[in-house]
Design a protein around this ligand. Sequence first.
Ligand SMILES: Cc1cn([C@H]2C[C@H](O)[C@@H](COP(=O)(O)OP(=O)(O)OP(=O)(O)O)O2)c(=O)[nH]c1=O
Length: 193
Amino acid sequence: MTSNNLILASSSPRRQEVLNQVHIPFSLRKQNFDESLITETDPHKKVEQLAWNKGKDVHIQDGEVILSADTVVSYQGKIFEKPASEDEAREMMRSMSGDVHEVITGVYICSKENEVLFTETTEVEFWEIAEEELDWYVKTEDPYDKAGAYGIQSLGAMFVKRINGDYYTVMGLPVSRVVKELKDFSIYPFPPN
Ligand SMILES: Cc1cn([C@H]2C[C@H](O)[C@@H](COP(=O)(O)OP(=O)(O)OP(=O)(O)O)O2)c(=O)[nH]c1=O
């Protein structure tokens, strides 16, 4: 059985962390796709287009499998990506306070012979967040490199009342679905029988 080499086309430390967590070996290849080129307003289509373009942006060789992803928050018809300022982070978090939003991650996996593109969605419910909590939170580093202006795996955990779906979809890589799909690309967390 020949095995392929997995290349993660992402600079997200979270995506690296969850692949390491399930013992899938990979190397990194930087993608430089300009995300502002995608103007799609449907969040599911948007993350698919972004994941696909990020994956297509890197060079691929025989025996390699490219994995790329994109995560957005969807709330009442609006798409929240990474906040550009304290005000934007406060506005995103304030609007989602006490309510349910969706976190959608698109994933693209391809080799020279095969490809798959899919999304996973997780509902997240926030507690009511007080103004003084928001003032304090937006002064921390936590919101700024994350879609929707919070990190479920970091300080932002304190705002989360409940989730419905894969926790790792919120963190940026729905890892159990990814592991399943990678089997079709001869990539396994353990040697196959
Ligand atoms: C909602 C939420 C998002 N995020 C992160 C996951 C993603 O890294 C980020 C969304 O940005 P993305 O544009 O999906 O990814 P990225 O820019 O970090 O990395 P790359 O494009 O190189 O793959 O938000 C969390 O870490 N925790 C959370 O709770």
